[in-house]
Design a protein around this ligand. Structure first.
Ligand code: ZN
Ligand code: ZN
Ligand code: ZN
Length: 105
């Protein structure tokens, strides 16, 4: 879902800030996570793994289809660990694969 869709669904009674804050609290509670998109708009997907408040376990790869521009959660594909130089501590890693999705094949 994109911000615009949520605004459409929730109607005009919600202002942008309220919607943003609500979504932000869902992210913090481990209910949804941010997904990367081609046009840099903010989109969210529901967490399928057992995400906890303040800690997400779903470090899966996201796939962006070149045909339909959809972002798909590849829940079973985990982001590979990268070796960082000495002194660097990883907090979060994201991986996006572009290509053609199942439906557009
Ligand atoms: Zn999560
Ligand atoms: Zn597609
Ligand atoms: Zn995802």
């Amino acid at each position: 879902m994109a911000h615009a869709d949520i605004e459409k669904k929730t109607g005009e009674s919600f202002d942008r800030v309220t919607v943003y804050r609500t979504l932000q609290s869902f992210v913090e509670k481990g209910i949804i996570h941010l997904i990367p998109t081609r046009d840099n708009s903010i989109k969210y997907a529901l967490c399928k793994n057992d995400c906890e408040a303040g800690h997400h376990h779903d470090n899966h790869v996201h796939f962006i289809c070149d045909e339909c521009n959809k972002t798909i959660c590849l829940d079973d594909v985990t982001v590979p660990q990268v070796k960082l130089p000495k002194g660097f501590t990883p907090q979060h890693a994201e991986m996006v694969v572009n290509g053609i999705c199942e439906e557009c094949k």
